[in-house]
Each structure stands twice: as C-alpha cells, then as structure tokens.
Design a protein around this ligand. Sequence first.
Ligand code: NDP
Length: 326
Amino acid sequence: MFDAVMIEKTETGQSVSLRQVMKDELPDGDVLVKVEWSTLNYKDALAITGKGPIVKSWPMVPGIDFSGTVVESRTPDFRPGDKVLLNGWGVGEKHWGGLAGLARVSGEWLTPLPAAFSTRQAMILGTAGYTSMLCVMALEHAGVQPSGGPVLVTGASGGVGSIAVMLLSELGYETVAVTGRMAEKDYLESIGASRVIDREPFTHKGRPLEKAEWAGAVDVVGGQVLASVCAAIRPRGAVVACGLAGGMDLPLTVAPFILRGVSLLGIDSVLCPREERREAWNRLAALIDVTRLENVVSEYPLSKAIEAAHALMDGRTHGRILIRVS
Ligand code: NDP
C-alpha cells in the first residue's frame, strides 16, 4: 500500500483526496519507480482543482513529472536501484502520475538522472527547466548566436522564463528579461538578466513591423505580447513560442516572416522525442547551478499537495513548488 493523490469522477464533477492505493491497482508498464520528488505545475493545479480539462482518463493520479528510484524493471534499459526522472508523455493526464509513492510506467518514458543532480535537484528544475532548455536549443538550431544581438525572455519571473534567463546568460547571450513584476528586477539581474524591462508596452497592438531590436526571443506568454515580440525581431532572427500565460490568441501579421525572414518555432515538451529530451537534461546538468534556485523553492509533503494546488490556482504561491513524496 502507498499514498496517492487521486482524482475521481463524480456525478457533479470530480473529487480529489489523498488515499491509500494497492500496488496491483497501478496501470500497466514495464518499470516500477519509487517516487521521491514531484513538482506542482500549473497543469497539475488545473487537474487537481478541476479548473481545466487536463484529466483524460479516470480515476487519475496527477503529477506530470517525478524523480525517483527504479524498484522493478522488465526492460534491459533500467535496473532496480537506477535513479530516473520522467516528465510529459501524458503522465498525470492519461496515465497515473507522480503524486504517489509508486509509479508504474513505460521504460521508454524514463530519462536516466544526470549524475550532476540529486532526485530533488532534478525536480527543482522539473518540466519548467527542461522546457526552457528545449527553447534555448531551438534558438540555437535556428542560428541565433550570442554575437547576433540581445535576446528577450517574456514571463521572465515565472518557472520557464527564469530558467531560460539563467541558461541564455550562461551561454553568453545578452539576455533581456520582460516582466509584469518590476519588483523582481533585482532577482532577475541576480540570475543573469543584462536588463529588465516592463511588459506593459508589449501588451498594446503596434505596427506590423517595429524597430528590429532583438536577435531572438523565448516567449511563454502568447497573445499580444508574442505578437509584439515578433514585430521587433531582427532579420533572420527567431522566436520560440512555448506558453499561453497571457492568452491563446496571436494577433499578428505575416510581415515579420516575409519581410525579415523571422522564424516562429513551437515547443512541445510532452511528446518531445527521447534523444532530444535526454540531450536537454544533460545540457541542463552542465549549465545550471541548481543551488541558485533554492531561494525560489517551496517544499510541501505529499499530504499537502492538494492544498498547494489550490494556493497555486489562487496566485498565493511563488517560484518552484516541490512535492516531497518519500
Ligand atoms: P509560471 O506561472 O511560473 O510563469 C508564467 C509567467 O508569465 C508569470 O510568472 C508572469 O511572468 C507571466 N504572466 C502571467 N500571467 C500573465 C499575463 N496574463 N500576461 C502576461 N504575462 C503573464 O508558468 P511556467 O513558467 O511554468 O509556464 C509558462 C507557460 O509555459 C505556461 O503557459 C505553461 O502552460 C507553458 N508551458 C508549456 C510547455 C510546453 O511544452 N510547451 C511546458 C511547460 C510550460 P512576469 O510576472 O515575469 O511577467
């Protein structure tokens, strides 16, 4: 028996509780993992509070990422005792996830824990850190180099944004952080931003092409902010779109693409191929000093995960939320 956060369908919607589960109840999979750490992402909070259509199969253990130790394995890729991490692949949405003492999953979905990280440190980065690395890799593949000029990061004080700022500055880019919270200026500079600018001007509709200022950008906001960023990218630059914190719309013209050769690149961390995700985790291990994120981590035991999800939805949390499972 082990503890699990369980979301169940009811006649009026859903109920969520912490309950004892038997190992036999776990879904199919060739690797059994003793979960040590999980994180609470926006997606998990939507699932737990029922405020978004995240759960696709019932009942569901939420938790889109976790790290831990292999207990049983039917694949030659993993042996008992191996340290592993998992994020995406529909875990916590279609397949039972990380907010439980045990998880049984496909070995195809697991990433060996980079030697540089403890299981806790890997989850301090979590899906947000891994997604930031995918964004930076996409900019690199598009040919955006540190010598090309300054790069922007929007939603910079959030999970994905702040780690993107750290990565880009570590790689030598002049990194400009865009934020709606100018009170975070000192923090953003402390993690590597060369400059911090207010989000407000980006929220207004401008001209199809603005002054070409930025060599590239990582955008987690979407909506008008993403449109404004695209209009101000230098010729042959690139913008990575990975989030919708400010909205799903994209009120944009084609001008940046056909008159400046700007590329708009999408990031999907959930179904990212295995090799690319392993490369992302290994590069994170080489580039990030996780101890610099300790002051933005809040830690909760599994028994408080439901409470933490409500706090996140109500905007009462800040930074990275770690869940200590065992
Ligand atoms: P956070 O909530 O930690 O950060 C989002 C940031 O966006 C906030 O800190 C804030 O930054 C800014 N923001 C929030 N609301 C608004 C708004 N209404 N208008 C403009 N800016 C806003 O989230 P994450 O960093 O974890 O995730 C960011 C986005 O990326 C989310 O939409 C998430 O769903 C998406 N995501 C996508 C993935 C993928 O595979 N494509 C994977 C992981 C996340 P500030 O205060 O500095 O302006």
